[in-house]
Design a protein around this ligand. Structure first.
Ligand code: SF4
Length: 484
């Protein structure tokens, strides 16, 4: 029995990739374990968006290599965005790493490789248990994944519908799996890559150009996951709303419509969109199916100055962005809206930053994910622009933005107090309370029993802080799917 552990950095596309591979490994009777020390196979899914994440990755890989000293049959793999362009460096730096596989490569090939790896690993682990020795002839460094798969024989073939793997969910509690009860949710990649080439972003280089998966396969996968208990399905793409079915030309709003028409009680979320592809039709579909598609939209603005937006190659102006926010609020006045902001982009002057501050005052986002700009290799900004905003200026601007947004968020959150919301109960927090989320994706902290986890329930909101609401259940029994 092989135990595996995933360490996932970065965005929800990475979470979905890790979950897909984890489900695949479970079909091979492997166990998902909670710590690196218990694992025979560790896969690190990496993020290249920020330099800091990359530095953290290298220190983590160093720790894993230490574990391997006491467990020589341990296999370590690195996948995702950093793996796309730092393969050689990682192999050179970490002798102990078994495979590095980039985000824009075909994960079906990786699955075939993992199928073989698991079989070999079982033998190596067993022999190590029996003899205390790792035989080099079995414990080979199969670093060239494509070659290994090409040479075969592959010990495993995934059961597939079209080109998307359909994974069987394993019953909770199987083997040594000891995870606490949590919300049953699924993350489904509906497309990958990006054609937009924003000046600061490394994604088009690490994940390649846009590829959308067939619409019917996605709809089938959602139906499959909901039938297997998923209460929340998140459709994921680097540019999710530029989705286009290759065969029919049908676009993202139609995909949402079809998913929303499926049987069962579940919520559909979607990340990450680009403002350029936000359409009236999209907001109409959400408004028409709001029991199924929650009124929560992540709407990444990045900067409030047209001059900086132009430098960033974002393809919209602040006026166009606000017009779109207007379309959304006209249809769903209570929509929850979050955004991303980058502070200190090359060339950002004090007056540009003031325009960003003015934008958050006018739009009043529910929350803002904000970051200091840091250059990423390959991008237009790193090749052609000087990182000319001093670090202390970036930090001062970022602090000012975050401080003001905390105040705005607290003011905006006050509107929730006294309201009753349907929530999905996610898990028990370390402090003993339950964490639930409204359809608008707002966190609610609430007292309750474990039986409520992974179910829909209703809460009355008692108080609001800048990050969480607190609430109380207004009916103790679960709301069954049939009653909703
Ligand atoms: S739209 Fe821009 S920020 Fe988003 S993934 Fe594409 S290049 Fe990156």
């Amino acid at each position: 029995m092989i135990n595996f552990f995933f360490k996932t950095y970065g965005c929800q596309a990475n979470v979905a990739d890790s979950e897909g591979l984890a489900s695949f490994l479970k079909t091979l009777e492997c166990n998902d374990v909670l710590t690196e020390q218990e694992a025979d196979l560790i896969i690190v899914n990496t993020c290249a968006v920020r330099e800091k994440a990359e530095q953290k990755l290298y220190s983590y890989l160093g720790q894993l290599c230490d574990i391997k000293k006491t467990k020589p049959f341990l296999k370590i793999g690195v996948i995702g965005c950093v793996a796309s362009y730092k393969r050689d460096e990682m192999y050179k730096r970490f002798d102990q790493i078994n495979f590095v596989y980039g985000a824009k490569e075909d994960y079906k090939v990786l699955e075939s490789y993992l199928g073989d790896l698991v079989v070999k690993l079982e033998t190596t682990k067993q022999l190590f248990g029996d003899t205390g020795t790792v035989f080099p002839s079995i414990n080979v460094q199969d670093r060239d994944i494509k070659l290994v798969v090409k040479q075969g024989p592959s010990f495993f073939r995934a059961a597939r519908v079209g080109s998307m793997a359909i994974f069987k969910k394993q019953p909770v509690g199987k083997g040594i799996e000891t995870k606490n009860k949590e919300l049953n949710r699924s993350f489904i990649n509906i497309m990958t890559g990006c054609n937009k080439f924003c000046a600061y972003c490394i994604v088009p280089f690490t994940r390649g150009r846009e590829v959308s998966y067939p619409m019917q396969e996605i709809v089938d996968r959602v139906a499959h996951d909901v039938a297997n208990g998923s209460k929340e399905v998140t459709l994921i793409g680097q540019n999710v709303n530029s989705y286009k079915d290759g065969e029919t030309g049908l676009m993202f709003p139609e995909l949402l419509r079809r998913v929303a028409a499926l049987e069962g009680k579940f919520w559909v979320r979607w990340v990450s969109p680009h403002p350029q592809d936000m359409t009236v039709e999209l907001f109409d579909v959400i408004a028409q199916h709001r029991d199924r598609i929650p009124p929560y939209v992540h709407f990444p603005l990045q900067a409030g100055s047209d001059r900086v937006l132009e430098l960033m190659k974002r393809n919209y102006t602040i006026a166009q962005f606000e017009e779109q926010i207007g379309w959304l609020r006209e249809r769903m006045p209570d929509a929850i809206i979050s955004t991303d902001m980058i502070v200190g982009f090359p060339g950002e002057q004090e007056e540009d930053f003031e325009l960003t501050m003015a934008a958050i005052e006018r739009i009043r986002f529910d929350w803002v994910y904000s970051f200091n700009y840091s250059p990423r290799k390959h991008t237009l900004a790193s090749r052609t622009m000087s990182d000319d905003v001093p670090q202390e200026v970036k930090s001062r601007r970022l602090e000012r933005l975050q401080t003001r947004q905390i105040q705005i968020g607290a003011e905006v959150y006050l509107k929730h107090v006294g309201r009753i919301y349907e929530v999905l109960v996610e898990k028990r927090l370390e402090g003993g309370k339950l964490l639930a989320r409204t359809d608008g994706n707002v966190r609610v902290i609430v007292d309750g029993n474990d039986g409520l986890i992974d179910s829909f329930a209703k809460v009355r909101i008692l108080s609001a802080g800048p990050v969480n609401l607190t609430g109380e259940f207004i009916q103790s029994e679960k709301i069954s799917n049939a009653s909703l």
